[in-house]
Design a binder for this molecule. Structure first.
Ligand code: HEC
Ligand code: HEC
Ligand code: HEC
Length: 164
């Protein structure tokens, strides 16, 4: 019995102190990224991703969770879509930013590893992230997906080439 109590207490401690448990990353919105990623923001703004929710409004699908789940960012799956959640924003592909944007801010100590540990996703260039998440036959308007061709439509880079 004593052992069991000890075990339960240890488990409770583990849950309480697991990093990321208490302060899961939050979505901050593409405008926050614009500050430091002007080029990427401009490329995104001109892409269909930045307008994916307008399509929902035109189709009268704005309150259909089964539709908006792929046309939004950080939408929980129920209730109304907030303005901040509309469209396929930076964080739909790069992960909720509240943790990693603080790592990026400290330019000198920035490493990709630290940013990833704080929630950054690099989707990669094999197209798997895209087809797993959105560009698949669950979409009623699915078009065959070829990463290189599609990357050509949303290509974006760092404002300055990496110094290190
Ligand atoms: C305060 C400035 C700042 C903000 C805000 C910011 N970033 Fe960054 N970001 C950086 C810097 C600096 C780098 C590293 C550039 C380098 O190494 O040359 C970077 C790198 C990146 C990279 C490349 C990661 C890698 O290591 O290959 C991605 C992707 C990225 N940022 C996405 C975002 C997104 C999405 C947001 C908004 C949620 C955001 N950033 C907000 C400054 C910022
Ligand atoms: C699995 C994710 C997903 C779901 C679910 C989804 N969509 Fe989409 N939708 C997409 C993607 C991705 C595109 C872009 C088309 C492409 O490039 O394959 C798109 C494009 C569209 C377009 C624009 C077509 C064009 O080419 O201009 C409309 C309209 C649309 N969706 C309506 C809907 C409606 C209505 C629903 C709900 C019945 C829905 N979508 C559900 C992912 C999804
Ligand atoms: C539809 C998905 C998607 C969206 C939306 C998106 N990105 Fe990306 N981003 C990618 C992919 C894919 C890569 C290439 C990943 C790789 O190299 O592994 C990338 C790479 C980057 C890089 C690194 C570029 C380099 O040259 O190293 C930065 C910085 C970046 N994104 C910032 C942003 C910012 C800021 C936004 C919003 C304004 C944004 N991204 C929106 C998918 C996206």
């Amino acid at each position: 019995m004593k052992k069991l109590i000890w075990l339960a207490a240890t488990l409770a401690m583990l849950v309480a102190f697991t990093p990321g448990h208490a302060d899961a990353a939050k979505y901050v919105g593409s405008k926050k990224c614009k500050m430091c990623h002007k080029k990427a923001y401009k490329a995104w703004q001109g892409s269909k991703h930045a307008h994916a929710f307008e399509v929902m409004e035109k189709e009268g699908a704005a309150s259909k969770p089964e539709c908006v789940k792929c046309h939004t960012t950080g939408y929980s799956g129920s209730g109304e879509v907030s303005n901040k959640q509309k469209n396929v924003q930076c964080e739909r592909c790069h992960g909720a930013g509240s943790g990693y944007f603080k790592v990026m801010m400290k330019k000198k100590s920035y490493t990709t590893e630290k940013a990833k540990a704080a929630g950054l996703i690099m989707p990669g260039k094999d197209g798997k992230f895209c087809t797993d998440n959105c560009h698949n036959s669950e979409s009623p308007n699915y078009k065959e997906f070829n990463f290189d061709e599609r990357w050509g439509q949303i290509k974006h880079t760092l404002d300055k080439p990496r110094a290190h």
